[in-house]
Design a binder for this molecule. Sequence first.
Ligand code: CA
Length: 505
Amino acid sequence: MKTSILFLLCSFSLIAQQKPNIIFIISDDHTSQAISAYGSKITKTPNIDRIAKSGAILYNNVVSNSICGPSRATLLTGKLSHKNGYMVNEKVFNINQPVFPEELQKNGYQTAWVGKMHLGALPNGFDYLNVLPGQGHYYNPEFIDKSNTKTRYEGYVSNLVEQFSEEWLEKRDRTKPFFLVVGHKATHRSWLPDLQDLGAYDQVDFPLPANFYDTYENRIAAADQDMTVDKTMVLKEDLKIHANYNAPGNNGLYNRFTPAQKAKFYDYYENKISKEFDEKKLSGKALVEWKFQRYMRDYLSTANSMDRNIGRLLDYLDKTGLSKNTVVVYTSDQGFYLGEHGWFDKRFIYEESLKTPFMIRYPGVIKAGTKVQEVISNIDWAPTILNIAQTKIPREIQGKSFLPVLTGKVSGWKNESYYHYYEYPEPHHVAPHFGIRTAQYTLVRFYGPQNAWELYDIKKDPGNMHNVYLDPAMKNVIAQLKDQLKKQILTYEDEEALKILESEK
Ligand code: CA
């Protein structure tokens, strides 16, 4: 009897040990065009690439509402925005709803979130929290712990996020598997690089995207936005040209600096960049293109620190032997425009902001060098993590585990994703819209201030330049896609979209 109980206990502890640890790194606004694993020629991200090389890289991972808070609310709930209630930024996430880390806890996991969270409330399901309030700050940021105590730390945010992640890993309960979210603030506007990265790309001349001077023909919502490098991007606040270093306000960017940090920043942005800008006396296209170059330099320099810190984390996992049994994900809350259509920012169902980078390594389970073309949505992230953690997936979760896709053990994956964006008119005047993205097409219905359908053949037109909704040859495709869209709307119970669809009959 004693032997069999001992045997049983041993088997249980063996099973418990086999549950992998999971680290989910989620950055902000960091887009595939800025990641060398995705073929970017304008920068190098050697450490993020390490994750892709030793596991799987996803080429069609899309989000369901391309902005910060809603993306993280969907990560936590596995539900679309209208179901978890977090549809636009700067709201308070309803913490009285189930989140998947609670299931992990029930199944013996220790859970933690460090860094950017942006939900306006601290959700349940975490044993440890040390998160940035709201958007957080790049320099000398505050962090909030589980007891809601705010502490300000000296240093640069990407370094601190890494430091706190490692410190938690060091002090964790080693008898349990863990789930850790590493939430990076980079590369969110207004792109303040770490001091050591100032000027990292000053010698690079970035090619303008082919559609930088897009005139938005047949796309009325695209024509109506307020997110261009030309008109929306601000010289002073975004590009730090003659930024006010002494005023107390100024978005809290500079008045947070230590004197030493401020001196270095001033030396670079004021004495060098602003001076060059004054001397050039730019206008028209020359000014827009100069802004584009500065945007790229600030954005990519800001990404440098994050990539370096992800390298530190991967080294830590190697050094401690954790690599062997730890799943590592790298993703971003959405993609971003790096000058495509003349834009920065996100929001649209168009490819650059609809897709988000996603790579995952899972030693012994996912083959190194796996390339995934299937359409996968961020509602699928939560159930996939639960699946990896050998935890039951609650019925109310709207996504599906794509672990079988990653291991090549699936046929008939859904290959379609639902999208619904709401935030209007501020901050970027992008009309609300809902739609469907399949392996070949994007069909979208804009509503509110701009009522219009658009259709894109992604295979032929990945830049979403040619709206073919009115092309008679597309009639059957449109009918089929509308049918598919309606099925999704019914499945996901999106009443607002259903009402609009029904009103057209
Ligand atoms: Ca974001």
